[in-house]
Design a protein around this ligand. Structure first.
Ligand code: ZN
Ligand code: ZN
Length: 590
């Protein structure tokens, strides 16, 4: 839920970007001295039960072994140390993960509360996933863009956690380690893909621009001279890495498609669904047919008033596409974009309250703001929540104004986020979607769920929330139903696309046809999605996978005595960011 690291901003987010379950390594507390980190101030531990102690020790050791993961979690005292992507680091992690896995597996289930049982399942899942990534997926060898130091540098420079001179002092050893970082990265690579190598080359200017930012801030703080040499060496290291990657390109032959053998286990680790990837894909095909059939009915009914007396095309996609395109002309003026989003938040709050959908917490208002300039890069809107260790920080709804776009680009964005879709976007990102879910999750005092929470649950809730709002009568009109269909079809299509491309070998032209003609997306959106599916795998299935499991759970519970929609929502959210499969098991037990 944090904002995307700079290096990832080359990839378009789907609504928000939610960085969950970062793979990371850990180390025992007794190894602190060996790392030379024994002097670090550690926060007071919550030592309520043996399980809590074990968990705290696991996390603290994790941060010691993987300072980059610590910084991402908001533990900024780890700023000076960088995580080197080398063999020694991977061996330490493997050993520690294996020992920790045994520790957590040995904890008797019966001694735990429901929340602790879910934490234990999440931790065991995370450790198994990390081990699988390290030694089976081995992305560190074939994906050169895995090795990118910009994210933590950017976060540490631009988060106001301490006065600037102090932040610069803390950053200096990290920057000085960049030559060693890139040497380790280079030595790790073998059998790379062309696509990920090109991505790493494209991202290099982003790394340089963060170094430029550091130079600028150092000058502001009167430290320009002291930074000249480390920054020059860091820039040279980035350029050296790029030169190495360019030498690798002619022989870069690894297939970027994951293939069934890696896809199913990756899906099982990342999504934690009760279903297999194949079953989820088949369910998405079925859902797609339902959605298209409903959209066809809406579009046919709207045709005479929206298009006029012209005969409607017999082709389903042509019919729906024409009506959507015409309706998209209704949108807010570009200079009103941010204000309009700000104005809708209280309306959504009121709707959720008046229709008794769930209880909201008035003491935690959402601040809508223009995305800070240094975070811009992709247009759109996203929830920016503080890291697990910084609950005192505010939650923002960042909206990027359209000021910097050309008139044609702005028009394209405004048609995409037209009168109806803009409301659905706010439902997804804010109320009752990500923001509302986050307020509930924060009441569960579990760092494990905050740190390693399940992305499919989080995205699935937001997608479920869209449907639930439409069902409650929000914005009721054939136009809204049709536009929601288009938006919903995007989640469904993401799953179909990801599986088809990585497992079934779908060609580029078929993928673009699926997105543009059959899912009514713009050429630009489709091109970005094709790029994303080449560079990532499985994450695109999280939206539909989570949604379909939440919806199925609700339908199962509906038949029970005492069921109410509000009670279902509040009970579901009370478990925090746990996999839907585990929440469902608890709720069906009761
Ligand atoms: Zn227009
Ligand atoms: Zn989302």
């Amino acid at each position: 839920m944090s904002r995307p690291p700079l290096a990832l901003r080359a990839l378009p987010p789907e609504g928000a970007s939610h960085a969950f379950g970062q793979p990371g390594g850990v180390m025992r507390r007794r190894d602190f001295a060996a790392l030379g980190l024994s002097g670090l101030a550690l926060p007071a531990l919550a030592q309520d039960t043996p399980f809590d102690k074990l968990t705290e020790a696991f996390l603290e050791a994790l941060w010691l072994l993987d300072a980059d993961a610590a910084v991402a979690a908001g533990r900024f005292e780890f700023a000076p140390k960088i995580t080197l992507p080398d063999t020694g680091q991977r061996a330490l992690m493997k050993a520690y993960l294996q020992r920790s896995l045994e520790d957590f597996e040995r904890v008797p289930e019966a001694s735990l509360t429901v929340s602790q049982r879910m934490d234990r399942a999440l931790l065991i899942g995370k450790i198994r996933s990390d081990l699988w990534r390290l030694y089976t997926l081995r992305e560190w060898a074939w994906n050169p863009s895995e090795h990118n130091p910009a994210g933590p540098l950017d976060l540490l420079l631009n988060t106001d956690y301490a006065p600037l001179p102090e932040r610069l002092t803390a950053l200096k050893p990290r920057v000085a380690a960049l030559p060693a970082y890139y040497r380790a990265a280079q030595a790790s690579l073998s059998g790379v893909t062309r696509e990920h190598t090109e991505l790493a080359i494209q991202q290099a200017p982003g790394v340089i621009s963060v170094l430029d930012d550091i130079a600028r801030r150092a000058a502001e703080a009167g430290q320009a001279a002291a930074w000249r040499v480390p920054l020059a060496q860091a820039r040279a290291a980035v350029q050296g890495y790029v030169a190495h990657l360019k030498r690798l390109l002619p022989t870069a032959k690894r297939a970027w498609r994951l293939g069934a053998e890696l896809y199913e286990p990756k899906f099982a680790h990342d999504i934690q669904s009760a279903r297999s990837a194949r079953e989820t894909y088949e369910l998405a095909l079925q859902r797609r047919e339902e959605v298209l059939a409903s959209m066809q009915v809406q579009a046919a009914a709207l045709w005479p008033t929206v298009i006029g007396s012209e005969a409607a095309p017999a082709d389903r996609f042509a019919l729906i596409g024409r009506v959507i395109s015409k309706l998209s002309e209704r949108h807010v003026a570009r200079e009103r974009f941010v204000d309009e989003i700000r104005a809708q938040i209280p309306q959504l709050e009121a709707w959720v309250r008046d229709h008794d959908l769930l209880t909201q917490d008035a003491s935690k208002p959402l601040s809508v703001r223009e995305t800070p300039v240094y975070q811009r890069g992709v247009a759109g809107a996203s929830i920016e929540a503080p890291g697990a260790y910084r609950p005192q920080d505010r939650t923002y709804y960042n909206v990027t104004p359209l000021d910097e776009l050309s008139p044609a680009e702005a028009e394209s964005s405004l048609r995409e986020y037209n009168h109806w879709i803009l409301q659905i976007l706010n439902i997804h990102e804010a109320i009752p979607g990500h923001y509302t879910q986050l307020v509930y999750a924060n009441r569960v005092p579990s760092k494990v769920k905050a740190l390693f929470g399940n992305g499919a649950m989080v995205e699935g809730w937001a997608v479920y929330g869209e449907r639930m709002m439409i069902e409650s009568g929000y914005g009721a009109s054939p136009e809204m139903t049709l536009m929601w269909g288009k938006w919903h079809l995007r989640s469904v299509t993401n799953t179909i696309l990801d599986y088809s491309v990585h497992v079934l070998g779908m060609a580029r032209k078929d993928a673009l046809d699926l997105l543009v003609r059959q899912a009514f997306q713009t050429e630009r959106e489709a091109a970005e999605k094709w790029r994303r599916v080449q560079l990532t795998s499985v994450q695109l299935t999280s939206y539909f996978s989570g949604y379909s499991e939440i919806f199925a759970l609700r339908e199962q519970l509906k038949a029970r005595p005492g069921y109410s929609l509000k009670a279902f929502h509040e009970a579901f959210l009370s478990y925090g960011n746990a996999p839907v499969r585990l929440i469902a098991a608890e709720m069906l037990k009761a």
